[in-house]
Design a protein around this ligand. Structure first.
Ligand code: EPZ
Length: 426
């Protein structure tokens, strides 16, 4: 397994181009199953999870082709025959569970493995299943599989107990071809959910209210999306903004959208980091500068969008490790998303955990050490912490990073960071 080796680096300088959003591309790839003609997606990042979803679609009879130079993915769903997502594929990538709604919507039945938990939490799917049952789908769970009978699928009221991103996406995909009207209350408002809804509308779907807590869907007979560009990855953008805030310097983060990051940008400004947004048409460049001391933040609280994103919690914590004072970080979305804390403390940070709250007392410096990545975003936090740690930091289990960050070592090295991938075979 490869590792990433980070040396203490000078302040970062230069510009970094943001790739397409992993968490928008994955549900949209699954939603291609709703179409009966080939779909071409643009701005699709070259990531392990994207290719994992390709494998799943192909296991069902779909045909995909990824052009890594053009970042273009074509999916032909017309020959999908097997409406099953096997455990072996779902356990490796829980986003595979997002095929449930599209299969029920288009084929009126599905057999999808329960995803099981992961490092950051139990990740149940009860809200997904309750949403589908509200649409007349009969759900049985047997031998670890969800068996869904959508022969009586019809629109109706769906009320989510929590604004779950995945449950909103599965409900949308089941409703878009369901006869009648569906109203999804307490829907997730994340930009990736909105991008999925916009993809469905581009294919002829009748959806209104995406981006708000109430989404209205009027069922249609068929969907056909010729081509659709994926939005930029706000979490990747936030990760590079955090890297420059921590390491100092001046970096232009190109091709993102400030409207997807308002809560994160507000908190980052509180650390004394300068952020200048330059609109480039439908996208923004964000220039980040930090030369003075890092200020602590009284409290960072992760919340559903538009609140502070849980996927940037670990990266913000890395920044706060060197603040001139103590900060509080509260994780309200996942029950176990502080695995990066023990690793940061091994690097000399001073963080104490009390339930879902971490107290980050700023220290003068960190010291490099071998650390273990546990989940995608924790890994990124360890990489950026390594930029300011004396000596060398070796981040092991780097496959976590490859799931969600396109060429992270190349992009960081392009900013002057001393980062390289060490191939350890196996
Ligand atoms: C999506 O996961 C993202 N993944 C996650 O990003 C992200 O952290 C999360 O949304 C929250 O923003 C993808 O889009 C592929 P949820 P999802 O359903 O849909 C609980 C990354 O790093 N819950 O909004 O699984 C759940 O346990 C990944 O890119 C239930 O209890 O998130 C969690 O505590 C990590 N029952 C909370 O809700 C359910 O049926 C939020 O989960 C569903 C969820």
């Amino acid at each position: 397994m490869d590792s990433i080796q980070v040396e203490k680096s000078p302040p970062l300088h230069g510009e970094v181009q943001i790739s397409g959003s992993k968490n928008a591309a994955l549900p949209i790839m699954a939603a291609a199953l709703l179409c009966d003609e080939p779909v071409v997606l643009g701005n699709v990042p070259d990531l392990a999870d994207i290719h994992g979803m390709e494998r799943l679609l192909c296991s069902m009879g779909g045909v995909t082709h990824y052009d890594s130079a053009a970042k273009r993915l074509s999916i032909d769903p017309s020959r999908v025959r097997w409406i099953e997502a096997p455990y072996d594929l779902v356990r490796k990538m829980r986003a595979s569970f997002f095929v449930l709604g599209p299969l029920v919507g288009r084929h009126r039945h599905a057999r999808v493995s329960m995803p099981g938990g992961c490092a950051i939490g139990a990740r149940p799917v009860n809200i997904h299943l309750k949403a589908l049952e509200s649409l007349g789908v009969r759900i049985e769970v047997e031998h670890g599989y969800v068996v869904a009978d959508g022969s009586k699928l019809r629109g109706g009221p769906v009320n989510l107990d929590f604004p779950s991103v995945g449950a909103t996406e599965n409900a949308l995909c089941a409703a878009v071809l369901a006869p009648g009207e569906t109203v999804i209350e307490n829907a997730a408002r994340e930009p990736e959910v909105t991008d999925l809804a916009d993809f469905l509308v581009a294919g002829g779907g009748k959806i209104e209210g995406q981006g708000t807590s109430t989404i209205h869907v009027q069922g249609v007979d068929r969907l056909s999306v010729k081509s659709y560009p994926i939005i930029p990855d706000r979490i990747e953008a936030g990760t590079y903004l955090a890297a420059a805030a921590l390491a100092g310097g001046e970096v232009r983060v190109r091709g993102c959208r400030q409207k997807d990051l308002t809560a994160f940008l507000a908190d980052l400004r509180q650390t004394g980091t300068e952020l200048e947004v330059e609109s480039q048409g439908s996208l923004d460049d964000i220039v980040v500068r930090r030369s003075g001391p890092i200020q602590p933040i009284s409290e960072v609280v992760t919340l559903p969008f538009p609140g502070f994103p849980t996927d940037l919690q670990a990266q913000m914590m890395a920044v706060l490790c060197l603040a001139e004072g103590a900060s509080i970080v509260r994780e309200t979305i996942f029950e176990n998303r502080f695995m990066h804390v023990s690793e940061l403390n091994r690097m000399g940070a001073d963080i104490t955990i009390n339930g879902n709250t971490a107290i980050v007392r700023g220290v003068k410096t960190l010291s490099g050490s071998p650390v273990m990545a546990s989940d995608l975003r924790a890994s990124a936090a360890l990489v950026i912490a390594g930029l300011v740690a004396r000596g060398t930091t070796d981040i092991l289990r780097v496959y976590h990073l490859d799931r969600g960050y396109e060429h992270i070592e190349t992009k960081l090295a392009g900013l002057g960071a001393k980062v390289k991938r060490v191939r350890t075979g196996a």
